[in-house]
Design a protein around this ligand. Structure first.
Ligand code: ASP
Length: 564
């Protein structure tokens, strides 16, 4: 029971279930026994009703069942309910923490319930598409050996072999590749993956992937197959035509949008100015260019009238420690036709207009320019672009930006250690044309690797895989793995490549994120039945918890008490 309302001799109850709400009407005037019984009813009671479906005299056209009600003859209380800890209504008064603790009550709200129902439809639609393309769903084990995806493993201690541990899969990556070696040709699985990461942003320690792999394919075959899947699912679930999915190289994405997951629902491209700046003795620009840095900017359309304070806020935004710019230069193309700039001293109006031409600046536009190391400028302007879009409401929420990013680099340098690390995982195949740089300039080697980006979120990653044993060993070596380590961690995989491995590749979609975007959820917690908090806790079951001494002993484990 959602609510009870008394109106004179009539009692109305909204009866809620998975399918919607039905109004019950108790005419207590003509039936004293019913009147008596119905006085006991309260919110969230579970009842069974006998009565007659009738047309309502006053109809509610806002809900599908608003034209009818049930005139109740009799009812049974199947279970009573205490007053719930928060209002089970769409506009609830419950904090997220409280609602996570009582998740089973929260799912009674139609917002969450509807998301879970849509999630099931999305998965069904995915399966339909993949089944029609002859993909075979195969389960892979959860207790395995480490599969590196760049995160920490969750470990499961073995009781039978004390001191040994299984790792939970960060993904079924190696197993799906071995299924290709096994000749299974087209595999998929809707599968849980586990990554023990510091909880930056909107992540869950366990999440669901639509994991796929295909043999005898080129990168284009894979991109076409999976954009087909997205087209199918969007048409079925949202009646939206995705159309051909645009492809953008990683280098262009970084150059024009400062991000490998750009949101293209609005324009605001980065323009580089190194080769087009008018001559001047402005040391900041000149020094940046002389030392191999980048001078670049964006056009904040229609923001020329920003106040001093607003401009200062934008400067503070790019100066934040994780962006690290020293400042931001502005040129304002005012509505009255004048041009004003924070570098008026170094450039005359004509020169400022020439700079503005790189951005197609018009009256009312604000040009924001940064000068620093290339990566810093790109990241800061990329973030600033998103920030401005949010602030100025440039994003049309009815639009979708879905694209592939292709040609990722194979390796990158770890920011902290300076070591060469993989960008995606160590099984991605290098681009054949770049193998010549493998030993001399490894950072120049592109991988046959791609991501799908949806409204600025990475929702799918994949690659063509290495299937040559020697090349796989060269990559392991480049990642600093000794021969012994290669053998102990991946010997079984290297062995498999001795026995005829078909060329193959694949990808994995993050189902939670995809459902979140398709249902308008704000966080992935909104689309998972029983999620963890951002700190990795299950507030409902209260996990993780300590375990009995006896259990630890059986496992041969001693816990070092955490220091307070
Ligand atoms: N295993 C990869 C991931 O989890 C996806 C893939 O390369 O197919 O991102």
């Amino acid at each position: 029971m959602q609510r009870v309302r008394k109106l004179g001799a009539l009692t109305f109850v909204d009866l809620r279930d998975r399918y919607g709400v039905t109004q019950l009407a108790f005419n207590t005037e003509s039936n004293a026994a019913l009147a008596d019984k119905s006085n006991k009813l309260g919110r969230e009671f579970v009842i069974q009703v006998q009565g007659t479906v009738a047309e309502r005299t006053s109809k509610n056209t806002n809900i599908p069942t608003g034209e009818v009600e049930i005139l109740v003859d009799d009812f049974t209380i199947l279970n009573e309910a205490e007053l719930p800890p928060f209002m089970i209504e769409n506009d609830t008064d419950g904090s997220e923490e409280l609602r996570l603790k009582y998740r089973y009550l929260d799912i009674r709200r139609s917002k969450l319930k509807d998301i879970l129902l849509t999630r099931a439809k999305i998965v069904k639609s995915v399966r339909e598409y993949l089944d029609a393309q002859e993909f075979c769903e195969i389960e892979t084990p959860t207790f395995i050996k480490s599969t590196p995806e760049g995160a920490r493993d969750f470990l499961v201690p073995s009781r039978l072999v004390q001191g040994s541990f299984y790792a939970l899969p960060q993904s079924p990556q190696i197993l799906k590749q071995l299924l290709m070696v096994a000749g299974m040709d087209r595999y998929y699985q809707v599968v849980k993956c586990f990554r023990d990461e510091d909880f930056r942003g909107d992540r869950q320690p366990e999440f669901t992937q639509i994991d796929c792999e295909m043999s005898f394919v080129s990168q284009d075959d894979i991109l076409n197959t999976f954009e087909g899947m997205v087209q199918h699912v969007f048409k079925q679930i949202l009646n939206y035509e995705v159309g051909k999915v645009q492809r953008l190289t990683y280098n262009d994405a970084m150059k024009f949008y400062g991000s490998d997951k750009p949101d293209l629902r609005f324009d605001c491209k980065i323009a580089e100015l190194n080769t087009s700046l008018p001559a001047s003795d402005f040391a900041v620009f000149n020094n940046t260019i002389a030392t191999g840095g980048l001078v670049a900017g964006i056009n904040a359309k229609g923001c020329a009238a920003h106040s001093r304070k607003q401009l200062d806020e934008l400067t503070e935004f790019v100066k934040a420690s994780h962006r690290g710019l020293g400042g931001l230069i502005n040129i304002r193309f005012n509505e009255d036709g004048t041009v004003k700039s924070s570098i008026d001293k170094f450039y005359n109006e004509e020169q400022l207009r020439a700079i503005g031409a790189n951005f197609n600046a018009e009256k009312g536009d604000l040009i924001l320019i940064a000068a620093d190391k290339i990566a810093k400028v790109r990241k800061s302007l990329g973030d600033l672009r998103l920030h401005l879009a949010k602030e100025n409401k440039w994003i049309d929420e009815n639009k979708w930006s879905i694209l592939w990013i292709v040609d990722f680099p194979l390796f990158e340098l770890d920011e902290e250690s300076g070591e060469t690390i993989f960008v995606h995982h160590p099984f991605c195949a290098p681009n054949q044309d770049d193998l010549q740089y493998f030993d001399t300039e490894p950072l120049r080697v592109r991988a046959q690797q791609y991501d799908m980006v949806m409204n600025g979120n990475e929702i799918c990653s994949g690659s063509i895989r290495i299937t040559n044993r020697d090349l796989q060993k060269r990559v392991f070596q480049k990642l600093g793995m000794s021969e012994a380590e290669q053998q102990s961690r991946f010997g079984f995989m290297l062995d498999a490549y001795k026995y005829g491995a078909p060329p193959h590749g694949g990808c994995a979609f993050g189902l939670d994120r995809m459902v979140m975007l398709m249902t308008g959820g704000e966080t992935i917690r909104d689309v998972i039945a029983f999620p963890k908090t951002s700190g990795g806790r299950d507030l409902m079951m209260d996990a993780p918890t300590t375990v009995d001494e006896k259990q630890l002993k059986e496992l041969g484990i001693a816990v070092i008490k955490p220091t307070e």
